[in-house]
Design a protein around this ligand. Structure first.
Ligand SMILES: [Zn+2]
Length: 161
């Protein structure tokens, strides 16, 4: 049987606002500011969802979980990610690996990466070694550098027999 391998890509941005909880990679990061959004605004989970859906050619996160739907107001993005993994599994897809980058000026993301990997591996039911999370600042440039927002990118590989 021929193995079908596909790649997917995701990009997302959220504004940062003072006093909000800052959810990133499924965990709460201690910080003065948090990301603004209809859901919990977890930008890393959102790009992983979009990359997975894109790889399967199943539209995007906004198509499946509308930000106009009160059902998703303040929702834990881990629930959305779990649902995306189920949608792909229903089509016979398995996740190969995920590579991602979070762009944030502050706070430092690196110390939180091990906990994010543990959390996301559990949510998706895949080994931690198949999840890569990287972090970068933008050297004070642009909306990320000016601490106005957080951005993230992810690529994934999925396959089915
Ligand atoms: Zn988002």
């Amino acid at each position: 049987m021929k193995l079908k391998i596909r790649t997917g890509f995701g990009y997302d941005v959220h504004q940062l606002q003072e006093g909000l909880d800052f959810w990133l990679g499924g965990i709460k990061i201690p910080h003065t500011h948090g990301a603004l959004g209809h859901s919990d605004a977890d930008v890393l989970i959102h790009v992983i969802c979009d990359a997975l859906l894109g790889a399967a050619n199943m539209r995007d996160i906004g198509f499946h979980f509308s930000d106009k739907d009160p059902k998703y107001k303040g929702i834990d993005s881990k629930i959305l990610l779990k649902e995306v993994v189920h949608l792909l599994a229903r089509e016979g897809y398995e996740i190969g690996n995920i590579d991602s980058t979070v762009c944030l000026q502050e706070p430092k993301v690196n110390p939180h990466i091990p906990a994010m990997k543990t959390c996301l591996a559990e949510v998706m039911g895949i080994p931690e070694e198949d999840i890569s999370i990287k972090a970068t600042t933008t050297e004070q440039l642009g909306f990320v550098g000016k601490k106005e927002g957080v951005a993230a990118f992810a690529t994934v590989l999925i396959s089915k027999e």
